[in-house]
Design a protein around this ligand. Structure first.
Ligand code: E4P
Length: 223
């Protein structure tokens, strides 16, 4: 499963990508707007941190097919390993179909049904991003929708991965890992919730205390 960071905050990306083996960074217009930096500068900064082999996903603002195509080509040319996020409106789907023929990497986004995900995959998107928490918030079944989409993509052998997005807690991620989701994009707080446990820290403290009681303060296995 690919683990992607859903943030545009360069300090967080630096810190977390030093610790975790991340497989990419996703942004959207809301995420970018929080950083108060010029879009192209921000993508360049993120690229510097993660390196050219790690994908960055960034989203178009245009809503008409021809404009989406133009904007997508601009974003795609910003660096190697750039994925252009396109919402799955009807204009978006039309653009995905054309852009994927031209070899542009597309991440279809703002997906709320398995049908939309299927259509985007069929149009040539390399990733399809269903919004788990936004579905849960409207009393729909975020995890169930992603599960359906994973089965559809695998069953028909699409060259496409389900990139589950929009998380509010680590439990949602765990449930998707159980159903074999291909990739998840998580904000920094959820990455930390997946990584940290107070009992791990407590256990480490206890090991050190026991060792130092027996062998003296500051001693280690190698001295
Ligand atoms: C990422 O690709 C999505 O744009 C993002 O996960 C949406 O998250 P939100 O629902 O928390 O805004």
């Amino acid at each position: 499963m690919k683990l992607i960071l859903d943030t545009g905050n360069v300090e967080e990306i630096k810190l977390l990508s030093d610790i975790l083996p991340i497989d990419g960074v996703t942004t959207n217009p809301t995420i970018v707007s929080k950083e108060k930096k010029k879009f192209t500068d921000l993508i360049a900064e993120i690229g510097e941190i993660v390196g050219e082999d790690i994908p960055i996903h960034a989203q178009v603002l245009s809503t008409k097919c021809e404009d989406i195509i133009e904007e997508a080509q601009f974003i795609s040319a910003l660096r190697k390993n750039m994925y252009v996020k396109i919402p799955v409106t009807s204009e978006g789907l039309k653009a995905i179909k054309e852009l994927s023929k031209r070899g542009i990497n597309i991440t279809a986004t703002a997906i709320f049904t398995a049908h939309q995900g299927f259509l985007a995959a069929k149009a040539g998107a390399k990733f399809v991003a269903p919004y788990v928490n936004r579905l849960d918030n409207i009393s729909a079944d975020g995890v169930g929708t992603v599960n359906d989409l994973v089965q559809i993509i695998d069953q028909y052998g699409f060259d496409c991965e389900v990139l589950a997005a929009s998380f509010k807690n680590a439990q949602q991620v765990l449930e998707l890992m159980r159903c074999g989701v291909h990739s998840v994009t998580v904000p920094p707080d959820i990455a930390r919730a997946m990584m940290n446990h107070p009992l791990t820290d407590w256990s480490v403290d206890q090991f050190i205390k026991d060792w130092e009681n027996a062998f003296g303060k500051g001693s280690k296995t190698n001295n």
